[in-house]
Design a protein around this ligand. Structure first.
Ligand code: CAA
Length: 285
């Protein structure tokens, strides 16, 4: 059993907001913390919109939506996470920022609280060094965007993660309506180890003039039954995030084959980051 009643989420962006929404919908008292109150307001507005749409579609009753909202707290005070049975971190993909956060939290949580990171590629073993003796309660819980839709949680064990922590998190992910699949702690884990080289190769194919971007995507959608083509998906994920994950893998796996395609890097340099800047490979007007 997971033994979790209260879920704390750090970061109210796309991933943190999605995780908090799913936790609250699954019956957990949920606090979503962000030091940026503007981001919290946006997160709440998106929750309101998505939950209202669920009622319109007949997927949730108005009572369920009210109960979900009652379980959700938005806070810009870190201390509001102190009662959490698990804290799931979904902040910027920087090891130093994540470690500082866990360092300031760990001493204030109960002695059996789980510390989870939603990192998409940074070493769990490395992040766990920030929590000292609590490293056995540290684990990777990698959700996928859009969190309310995607079924997978990739559960990553660090070197010190205890069996009990893994079992609790597998049970928790199931209670959140997800399918949890375990992976070990190698850069990129399984998901990005396989997804990112495919996306990177699509940029090479575009750079080398093998086909136009829309044709590359069409071929992969229709021929491989992917819901989005790799270039559309790269925009959805964020081109800067794709470069970052490739760099983490190139360094962590010590293999130059994971170097980001020059064209992908050039778009990032130009500020074309994808959906979030309304221009990446494609334009979103
Ligand atoms: N939040 C909540 N629900 C959302 C949503 C969001 N942001 N975006 C779409 N949805 C819901 C819609 O409401 C709709 O729900 P209903 O079926 O109940 O009507 C459903 O998803 C389908 O949406 P649409 O009809 O608008 O569009 P679609 O059929 O094209 O699906 C998609 C959109 C679900 C995003 C689909 O294109 C898809 O699965 N794309 C691939 C996504 C993917 O690969 N994600 C993983 C990225 S990698 C990652 O996250 C991790 C990493 O480490 C990089």
């Amino acid at each position: 059993m997971h033994g979790v009643e209260r879920v704390g989420v750090v970061g109210s962006g796309q991933m943190g907001g999605g995780i908090a929404q799913v936790a609250a919908m699954s019956g957990f008292e949920t606090v979503v913390y962000d030091l940026n109150s503007g981001a919290l307001e946006k997160c709440k507005a998106l929750h309101d919109k998505l939950l209202a749409r669920a009622v319109e579609k007949g997927k949730m009753s108005a009572d369920d939506v009210k109960a979900t909202k009652d379980r959700l707290t938005y806070s810009d005070k870190l201390s509001d996470l102190h009662e959490s049975d698990i804290v799931i971190e979904a902040v910027v993909e920087r090891a130093d920022v994540k470690k500082d956060l866990f360092k300031s939290l760990v001493g204030n949580l109960s002695g059996d609280a789980i510390l989870a990171s939603n990192t998409s590629s940074i070493s769990i073993t490395d992040l766990a060094t920030s929590v000292g003796d609590a490293a056995d309660r540290f684990i990777g819980m990698h959700f996928f965007n859009p969190v309310p839709v995607m079924k997978l949680v990739e559960v990553i064990n660090g070197l010190a993660t205890s069996k009990q922590t893994t079992e609790r998190v597998l049970a928790l992910a199931t209670a959140m309506g997800k399918t949890a699949v375990p992976a070990n702690d190698r850069a990129g884990f399984v998901s990005n180890r396989i997804l990112m080289p495919m996306i990177n190769e699509a940029f090479y194919a575009w750079m080398e003039g093998v086909a136009e971007p829309e044709h590359i995507d069409e071929i992969m959608k229709l021929g491989m039954a992917h819901p989005m083509g790799p270039l559309r998906l790269a925009d959805f994920i964020g081109l800067d995030t794709c470069v970052h994950i490739m760099e983490v893998m190139a360094e962590g796996l010590n293999n130059p084959r994971y170097r980001a395609c020059p064209l992908l890097k050039q778009l990032v340099t130009a500020g074309r980051l994808g959906d979030k800047t309304k221009h990446g490979v494609f334009r979103y007007d």
